[in-house]
Design a protein around this ligand. Structure first.
Ligand code: UD1
Length: 378
């Protein structure tokens, strides 16, 4: 048999699915690890499929440029819509691609609507699914992400996990141990790789910011931003308890729709456009505290040792609290004051880095994919 014939038979065809901002951060190290593994011979052929769930330049294109992600091979251009509209549109678009050309594996990351929709479309066409960041659970089924996690995990064939808790959740739900691969956190691969590239944003000089003398705020969860009163009270409590430190608030598109009607203003509250990855993390790395309702940011602050207050009642990433620098404050605005007092007294925990969050997760995932192919599981 010729060498090229042998190569052809072992090469895996993988679809890499991305749709929303956090997906881009999670997929970058997997793509880079594939490209490394493909030297000298091509072991993995991938199609990068962007569903178009996030489409603004600063929610999508900027991330591709900054994280050096190749241009997507396909864009489903799904755009905005209700949960069902987005899910259905993505399923229809991805199904067409698969009907045209099937892959050996569909690899989905995270917990956004694109993750679930593509997993369903793939499995219905008998394409196995691997879920990167499988097994995490908040227990809060009012969040669309929790439904996405439960559905995606219930039909995935392989799970690349970030923590021992995720492994336990999967085992408890009946997943066999041999389908779970505890590999660590690709979001942290991206973070560790890019720390030397973090870029000072313009706002640093225009506001004369100093290390540990400003606050970073992000809010986009429906529970916090879809009702005017809640959003206004949260922001007011943060302002009142910030000892006049500047509050830098890059506003997510979901939040900006409502915030413009709030007529909230204060000299130290700085509402700005969503930032690029390198600029945002430059700010996070140097701030006094991050106040957020994001999940991914709590992992990044844990690794950078930055105090983090999460305005949620629960988290699917408990190690950021038990091991890292994160604390759950809940969504009651009155909980902000005592935490800020503790922070300013210098009594915030320093935290440690969770197991396997070491920058090598993408490589472990790719090694595992190649191994699965060798033993004919893919
Ligand atoms: C989504 C994910 C969430 C993730 C977040 C990161 C789901 C269910 N949620 O939430 O897990 O933390 O992304 O950002 O998948 N919009 C724009 N421009 C864009 C993208 C969105 O204006 O580029 C608007 C949409 O029109 C919509 C709103 O923002 O009104 C929400 O977008 P959507 O992607 O549905 O959910 P996110 O809240 O961004």
């Amino acid at each position: 048999m010729s060498k090229s014939k042998i190569n052809k038979t072992v090469m895996i065809k993988v679809d890499l699915i991305v749709g929303a901002r956090p997906n881009f951060v999670k997929i970058a190290p997997i793509i880079h690890a594939i490209e490394k593994a493909n030297i000298p011979e091509k072991l993995i052929k991938y199609r990068l499929i962007h569903t178009g769930q996030h489409y603004d330049t600063n929610m999508s294109d900027t991330f591709f440029q900054q994280l050096e992600i190749t241009k997507p091979d396909f864009n489903l251009n799904i755009g905005s819509g209700t949960q069902a509209e987005q899910t259905a549109g993505i399923m229809i678009g991805y199904e067409k691609l698969l009907l045209n050309e099937k892959s050996d594996l569909c690899l989905v990351v995270g917990d956004v609507t694109s993750t679930m929709a593509c997993a369903i479309a793939a499995r219905k066409l008998l394409v196995p699914v691997a879920h990167v960041e499988g097994g995490i659970r908040s227990g809060d089924e009012t969040m669309p992400e929790e439904i996405n996690r439960i559905v995606t995990d219930s039909i995935s064939n392989y799970f690349f996990t970030t923590s021992a808790v995720a492994n336990e959740n999967l085992i408890k739900s009946g997943v066999h141990n041999e389908r779970i691969f505890f590999v660590g956190n690709t979001m942290i691969d991206t973070l560790l790789k890019n720390i030397p590239r973090f870029t000072k944003p313009e706002i640093w000089d225009s506001l004369n910011l100093n290390e540990k003398e400003y606050i970073v705020l992000t809010l986009h969860r429906p529970a916090n931003v879809d009702q005017e009163v809640q959003l206004k009270e949260l922001i007011n409590e943060i302002i009142v308890n910030s000892k006049n430190l500047p509050i830098i608030f890059p506003v997510h598109p979901r939040t900006s729709k409502i915030i413009s009607s709030l007529s909230i203003s204060h000299p130290e509250l700085h509402l700005i456009e969503p930032m690029g990855y390198l600029q945002f993390n430059y700010l996070v790395a140097r701030c006094k505290v991050v106040i957020t309702d994001s999940g991914g940011i709590t992992e990044e602050t844990t690794v950078m040792g930055v105090p983090c207050m999460t305005l949620r009642n629960n988290t699917e990433r408990p190690e950021t609290v038990t091991v890292g620098t994160n604390e759950l404050l809940g969504i009651n605005p009155k909980n902000i004051k005592p935490s800020m007092e503790r922070l300013f007294q210098g009594n915030w925990k320093t935290g440690k880095i969770p197991e396997l969050w070491d920058g090598k997760t993408g490589e472990r995932i790719v090694e595992q994919l190649i191994l699965l192919r060798k033993i004919a599981k893919l």
